[in-house]
Design a protein around this ligand. Structure first.
Ligand SMILES: Nc1ncnc2c1ncn2[C@@H]1O[C@H](COP(=O)(O)OP(=O)(O)OP(=O)(O)O)[C@@H](O)[C@H]1O
Length: 886
């Protein structure tokens, strides 16, 4: 490796000594190769062009500068003909995937221009080079570039006034969906759920084709699109109805879009058509097989906004963003990569449909009751590789022989899987009963053709078994005979010359040669022609040897070529069956998720929640699914929850308090009428108090997680649960300053709270962990009070409101659908013991001063704090004070 390609940080290059803009060169003065480079670069102005030169992929001009900066490589220069020196940096060719992955992760598109013939074939002329691959963040297929546990989505959006269309595809698995809606907030939430690696946006920007990296802005990007994604600016044309529609019809070979369920969804169609055109444009070399387009409606699923997904730590923890410690971590007992991805999708898109939920529950129950079946299935599933992605690679022509062997191994497990589920009731398991014969035959054929452990490279032979193809066998025999001749040569020549150390060797430059130590050089026969002198040896060739060599190399090339052709034909056969394989893969993935959830339910002692259309949330002895798993067995203290039961509605509870004045004072006659009908035995809103670290947040999240788990069809960590379906789960927990947008903690908190108040319904679950802490105490308390009152009276969302403002406990005295609960502690003279038990009643004091005392604040400060506290409390009877308002 030359110093120019080493991975040490680049010293500041002297840019005056070379050209670093390909537009500025006089092309007539460029040598042939550089001319080809700049012409190729013209076609891909927005991507980084990696150009194969011998053992390296090199970049020149501006790309060289970018590559060196981004990957901390040395930036140097190279003579490019009469034009002079141009900026250059590069990476070793065998490691291109690693470097390209880093670039793509940073939001760049990468174009690979490879040598498509051997330098020796070029015989003096310019080696033929072609663009073999275009990599963008949303169009990856290479195994090493993708995370097996999650989908890699490419999305496309079309926005027209307040309406939007969104299509997305994972080209590695073939999934392709589209939807549209009329609330831009839903579009943002959908994008946040999908976390696409790349989003296509039709614009009339002058720099079409450019890729905005996360955080980069453009006036052409609609405001509602979150800045955290990569955006590809595309022309409007393929996103027009006139182009999108026929493109979809042609792609899926249908006469009308009705069959795809999107006939009535013009924006969804436009987004899907635009996405398809992008794939056709960027994947010309390797067209990817996509599954049939499906359409869906965002509001058919439980809406979990990004904030809530984050706060409930569904796929990663808030503190350090790790998978370990997330809900997915606690629930994932899947055995296949496909199952792992499906579970993630389920968690990010829980259901509203009770029938769908119950079908999943029934399967889990069946698998829990039938332990041998569950265990056999899991055992077998573990032997199934990532069929979805293997098929994708076969379809796009990027699979190697090992991929096909893995695919064949997996396909040949399917009949066993099918025989396990012959007696099952669940439709999810029944879907595995029928394995199409064509797949069994395909597996047999792949096994019969390919050797058991083929090499990674597919153009260098060693892939195909004997007796598959007579011509191949013949060529193999010739090559073997020639190789034997070479092997015998060493023995023969030793005998002939009497030189016992004589060896026959091979290298790329000289081909076969005879090596003799220099000390014996005088004994060399006359027909030996000296080719090279090394310190201790001389290397010779003979006319015979060269003649043989030419034959061997040609025969081997022919052999390898034939093997390659047989292999690509097999790969093509797999691609033909992509749809059948993927349909079955989906069934395997779902069965895997349900098996895993059943296993989890058995081992963690989960119960089957009874799912109802109403508003009730009744959890007996619920546990936090993640915290429970992080503590030693039996350490987690279970707690119950009772919220929003409709059956308990009674009609004669007056809003008036003991003094009989409140109905008038709240000044909300309509609301008060509704409130009159409720009881706080089954409240809508719980005010939860308790000292720091007593377990308020944990309890709050536990309720949210149980509800969410129930709506993906899972069993839940509780002794008993009866749960009404929620339309949305909202959370607000202690915010951190949002430095990126320059918003203060308090503004973030207020924005989040406003979002909840504007969108929650009586079917929503709202979890509030402190409101109003980021401002002056009285402002904060007043806002917290008003928010709680609004949610309880106007929205009637089922809510748990954890707070240190124990003044909020007074709300329960005036609103019958509010109840106070506290997390209990035991106070000893010099410590507080956390019992983690949630019990009815409000904490009568906050423990802040107590905590200060235990932390060692001077006694006089503590004493004074208590006096101040006493004074404040005298004046803070809020409910009574409100009575005096007009
Ligand atoms: N039910 C429980 N059983 C056992 N341990 C628990 C339980 N609930 C909480 N804990 C433990 O107590 C710790 C503190 O809990 P949590 O963060 O919920 O307290 P908090 O009351 O919200 O505190 P703060 O008011 O400071 O935010 C948790 O990390 C957890 O380990």
């Amino acid at each position: 490796m030359t110093a120019s390609h080493s991975e040490t940080p680049s010293p500041k290059p002297d840019a005056s000594t070379f050209i670093s803009d390909h537009q500025q060169v006089d092309r007539s003065k460029l040598s042939q190769m550089y001319l080809h480079y700049v012409e190729t670069k013209d076609k891909y102005p927005h991507a980084i062009l990696l150009y194969r030169v011998g053992d390296f992929f090199e970049c020149y001009f501006q790309d060289a500068v970018k590559l060196a900066q981004e990957l901390e490589l040395v930036l140097t220069s190279k003579q490019a003909g009469e034009q002079g020196r141009v900026a250059m940096s590069g990476v070793p060719h065998h490691a291109w995937e690693r470097y390209a992955t880093l670039l793509v992760e940073k939001g760049y598109a990468v174009v690979i221009c490879d040598q498509v013939e051997d330098a020796s074939e070029a015989a003096g002329r310019l080696v033929r080079r072609e663009v073999t691959r275009i990599l963008t963040p949303g169009t990856l297929l290479e195994e090493g570039m993708l995370k097996s546990s999650r989908n890699n989505y490419l999305a496309a959006v079309v926005i027209a006034a307040n309406h939007w269309g969104l299509a997305y595809a994972d080209i590695s698995t073939g999934e392709f969906l589209t939807t549209q809606g009329s609330d831009l907030e839903h579009l943002t939430q959908e994008l946040m759920r999908l976390q696409p690696s790349e989003v296509l946006v039709p614009t009339n920007a002058p720099d079409l084709g450019s890729l905005l990296r996360p955080g980069e802005t453009s006036p052409h990007l609609p405001q509602c699109l979150p800045p955290s994604f990569c955006y590809s600016l595309r022309s409007q044309v393929p996103f027009s109805q006139g182009e999108a529609r026929p493109r979809l019809l042609q792609k899926f070979k249908v006469r009308s879009l009705e069959g795809l369920g999107c006939d009535h969804l013009p924006l969804a169609v436009r987004a899907a058509g635009g996405l398809l055109e992008y794939l056709e444009d960027t994947q010309k070399e390797n067209p990817v097989p996509l599954q049939r387009l499906r359409s869906y409606t965002v509001t058919d699923y439980l809406i979990v906004d990004n904030q809530t997904r984050r706060n409930l730590e569904i796929t990663q923890t808030v503190r350090d963003g790790t998978f370990h410690g997330s809900l997915l971590w606690a629930l994932d007992k899947t055995s296949t990569a496909m199952g792992g991805r499906a579970l993630r999708r389920w968690l990010l898109q829980p259901l509203l449909d009770i029938k769908g939920i119950r079908a999943r529950q029934d399967t889990i129950q069946e698998l829990m009751e039938n332990t041998p079946l569950r265990q056999d299935l899991r055992q077998l599933l573990r032997q199934i590789y990532d069929l979805e992605r293997l098929t994708g690679r076969a379809g796009s022509g990027t699979a190697n022989a090992r991929d096909l062997v893995a695919l064949a191994d997996s396909l040949s497990r399917l009949p066993e899987l099918s025989s396990l589920v012959t007696e099952t009731r669940s439709p999810f398991l029944k879907a595995l009963q029928k394995v199409p014969t064509v797949l069994e035959e395909l597996a047999q054929k792949l096994h019969a053709h390919l050797v058991e452990s083929p090499p990674i490279l597919i153009k260098e032979g060693g892939l195909i078994r004997p007796s598959v193809n007579p011509l191949l066998d013949e060529r193999k025999a010739t090559v073997e005979a020639d190789q034997q001749w070479i092997a015998n040569l060493e023995v023969d020549e030793r005998a002939k010359t009497g030189i016992s150390t004589l060896k026959v060797g091979f290298n790329k430059t000289f081909g076969y040669y005879i090596s003799i130590s220099r000390a014996k050089a005088d004994q060399v026969p006359a027909n030996y022609i000296r080719k090279q002198t090394l310190t201790n040896e001389e290397r010779y060739i003979t006319p015979d040897l060269k003649e043989r060599e030419a034959r061997i190399l040609t025969a081997r090339d022919d052999l390898n070529q034939l093997e390659y052709e047989i292999f690509t034909a097999l790969r093509e056969e797999v691609a033909q069956e992509a749809e059948v394989i993927r349909n079955l893969s989906r069934a395997v993935a779902a069965a895997d998720v349900l098996c895993g959830l059943a296993e989890l339910a058995v081992h963690q002692g989960y119960c089957r929640p009874e799912m109802l259309p109403g508003r009730e949330i009744n959890i007996v002895d619920g546990r936090h699914p993640v915290v429970e798993q992080s503590l030693p067995p039996g350490f987690f203290v279970p707690n119950s929850t009772q919220l929003g039961e409709e059956s308990s509605v009674i009609s004669h509870v007056s809003l008036a308090d003991d003094q009989g004045q409140m109905t008038k004072d709240i000044d909300a006659p309509a609301a008060s009428r509704r409130v009159e009908e409720m009881t706080n035995d089954n409240p809508d809103l719980i005010i939860l108090t308790g000292p720091n670290a007593s377990g308020k947040s944990c309890y709050l999240r536990q309720v949210g997680l149980i509800q969410l788990m129930a709506q993906i069809g899972s069993f839940v960590p509780a002794r008993f649960a009866r749960l009404g379906i929620c339309d949305r789960i909202f959370t607000r927990v202690g915010a951190v300053d949002d430095l990126a947008t320059g918003q203060s903690t308090f503004m973030v908190e207020m924005n989040e709270t406003a979002n909840i108040l504007n969108h929650a319904t009586s079917r929503s679950l709202v979890l509030l962990d402190e409101i109003g802490r980021g401002t002056a105490t009285f402002d904060g308390l007043s806002i917290a009070w008003a928010v709680a009152e609004y949610i309880a009276v106007d929205i009637r969302a089922r809510t748990i409101f954890a707070t240190h403002y124990h003044e909020l406990n007074e709300l329960a005295s005036i609103l019958p659908n509010v109840a106070n609960y506290q997390v209990t502690v035991k106070e000893l003279p010099d410590q507080i013991i956390f019992l983690h038990q949630v019990q009815p009643g409000g904490a009568d004091k906050s423990y802040g001063i107590e905590a200060g005392r235990l932390a060692g604040l001077p006694a006089v400060v503590i004493q004074r704090a208590k006096q101040v506290m006493g004074q404040i409390e005298k004046h803070s009877k809020i409910a009574m004070g409100l009575q005096n308002l007009d």
